[in-house]
Design a protein around this ligand. Structure first.
Ligand code: PMP
Length: 382
């Protein structure tokens, strides 16, 4: 049987592992930070109207510049943004890919603060750039001094801040972004995939855009918007930066159906975001209840929580799986990550955790083990 390494594959891709969060038919699926609520029926109707209107025109290519969608996204983001400051693609993964294709590439480097989103190193490898995993402070926090020192040392062409960070949930203060921007001549990307789950009143890096033409804020409809299946990510930046991305995107990369489906959902923003509060309540419940079962948690302002103090994360992952609950083992030492689900799903997770600890007390580490954990630079979340 032929295997990948038998093929004349690029040397720099040899031996790499593809993104592969399991997709399994389980009772409780809380492993990829999705929104657990279906698209509400009234939004389905609205989207159907928009898609129906687009269907007869499918003999033609779609609007290559997705003007109406950009206007809608600018309106949603506010901050005085206009359509020419918006870019979109099939998920924010593709948005990030466009950014790296344009501003990284062979001979250049991309830096993030590990552990962070597992696609950053893969997207970096895909464009033939060097990935630099800079370190965080204790408990995966990040200070401006640490970020600035890493930029000073490595001088990357692109710096990515995941804010809040996946898989740890750690928020990133705007002061850090400002300090980093001052320190580099490269592009600074702030990936705000989980921004809407932060406490009300938390400022977005969108505030920092005026006067910073190398700053990019990336967002997605996949999480708070409950639209992961539609594949729509977007960014806000200087019009010139958005213009530059047109050099690398494939012609007509956003299908007319994708555009119509996104516009239909953006017609109903309030309804689409209607469950964010409920999800935040479940996130906070996880932050409070998991430590009561003997596992410390990292601070999180996203829709997931990473808990630690586990002697054998894979064994615990399998215990959950045996109970038809899918969570995430992303290789962080002594840790597992769980997404906030519905109230019922979160209850099932917490009940299962209590049961697992009762049956396997050896899975809970002593305090000493838990506090001496450190992250490896290649571990990450998805
Ligand atoms: N950024 C972060 C931090 C993520 O966690 C994810 C999804 N797991 C993405 C970007 C990509 O999401 P999408 O392509 O669905 O927009």
């Amino acid at each position: 049987m032929t295997v990948i390494d038998d093929l004349p594959i690029r040397d720099d891709l040899r031996g790499r592992t593809a993104y592969g969060a399991p997709q399994e038919p389980v009772r409780v699926s809380i492993n990829v930070n999705e929104n657990p609520y279906d698209v509400p029926a009234e939004v389905v109707e609205r989207v159907l109207d928009r898609v129906r209107a687009a269907l007869p025109g499918l003999n033609r290519y779609p609007d290559r510049e997705f003007v109406e969608l950009r206007k809608k996204l600018a309106e949603y983001l506010g901050h005085g943004l206009s359509a020419d400051q918006i870019w979109a693609a099939n998920g924010s993964n593709e948005v990030l890919q466009h950014l790296l294709q344009t501003f990284a590439g062979p001979g250049r480097s991309v830096m993030g603060f590990a552990p962070t989103y597992s696609m950053y190193p893969l997207l970096t490898a895909g464009v033939g750039s060097e990935w630099i995993a800079a370190e965080r402070d204790a408990d995966y926090e990040l200070s401006a001094a640490t970020a600035v020192a890493a930029i000073e040392t490595h001088r990357p062409d692109v710096v990515i801040f995941c804010a809040p960070n996946n898989p740890t949930g750690t928020p990133v203060d705007l002061e850090i972004i400002k300090a980093a921007y001052e320190q580099t001549h490269g592009i600074v990307i702030v990936d705000e995939a989980y921004a809407e789950f932060q406490p009300d009143g938390t400022p977005s890096a969108l505030e920092l855009l005026p006067g910073r033409e190398r700053l990019v804020v990336s967002r997605t409809m996949s999480k708070a918007f409950a639209y992961a299946g539609a594949r729509l990510g977007y960014l806000a930046a200087d019009p010139a930066l958005c213009d530059a991305l047109r050099l690398v995107r494939l012609p007509y990369h956003l299908s007319a159906i994708t555009q119509a489906a996104a516009i239909g959902a953006l017609d109903c923003t309030d309804i689409m975001l209607g469950q964010v509060d409920a999800i935040r309540v479940q996130r906070d419940r996880l932050l409070t209840e998991i430590p009561k079962l003997g596992f410390p948690v990292y601070r999180s302002s996203a829709n997931f929580v990473t808990f630690h103090g586990i002697t054998d994360p894979q064994a615990m992952f399998e215990e959950f799986y045996r109970r038809s609950i899918l969570i995430r083992n992303n290789g962080l030492p002594g840790s597992l990550r769980v997404t906030a689900g519905t109230e019922a799903e979160t209850t099932q997770f917490l009940d299962a955790l209590a049961e697992i600890v009762r049956e396997h007390p050896e899975l809970r580490a002593g305090t000493e083990t838990a506090s001496t954990e450190t992250a490896s630079s290649e571990t990450a979340g998805a």
